[in-house]
Write a protein that binds this ligand. Sequence first.
Ligand code: HEM
Length: 221
Amino acid sequence: MTVLGQTTDLALSAAMREGSLAEHQAAEDSSFMSELLGGRVNEQGYADYLLRLRVAYDTMEQLVRAHRDDAGVAAVHDATLERLAAIDADLDHWVGGTGDRSVDSPAADAYRQRLVDAAAEWPTLLVAHHYTRYLGDLSGGQAIGRILDRTFGLDGAGIAFYDFPEIAKPKIYKDGYRARLDALDLTAEEQERVVDEVRTAFRLNQALFAELGERLPAYAR
Ligand code: HEM
């Protein structure tokens, strides 16, 4: 039950999901996402999306590794989730192997900065970012990968990002992940901080979409 935005009476995994339903819906409804999934974004648009995600994953994965002794981070850390190598392999496909991977993006910069600040405030906040990206990748992300494959006629090329070769059954993996979250020993106040950070993580993703959404005319396909 959610009362006045408080989700402390829920297990952590349920509080994270319930506490970010509106933000999740907003992400699904973003114009960039709907145009991308509708097949109306060109290769440049998808490459620009990947370049922004690269900043977020590169930063998050480094911080998670650096803070793996934190009990919260340790509960979710799993090197087989890491996406940086897959993103780089995909960028080889979308922009070519020698392309510059830096990106001029205030939204990606803000995402990176929040990850750094969150880790410095309390490393367990990284769990919120980890959950928002990887559980999303293992959920809706799986469908997004299939749609891109079909839309661009990729035959599996350039979509390594959606492929977790060591996770045969995402649903079972996600159940285990949620059980590990729920076994964490957090106070009600700490739990609320993590849930707040999930909302922050969604907003940072939303800002990436908004930035790309402004360029839709240039990405028309
Ligand atoms: C068009 C875009 C999207 C679609 C169609 C979509 C769809 C879905 C669906 C169907 C689920 C539930 C899967 C299940 O019950 O196993 C889900 C879960 C989730 N999605 Fe998305 N999603 C989208 C975008 C996003 C984005 C942009 C993020 C975050 C950056 C995200 C994060 C998550 C998370 C964290 C979950 C797990 C919720 C939980 O069970 O705790 N999604 N998504």
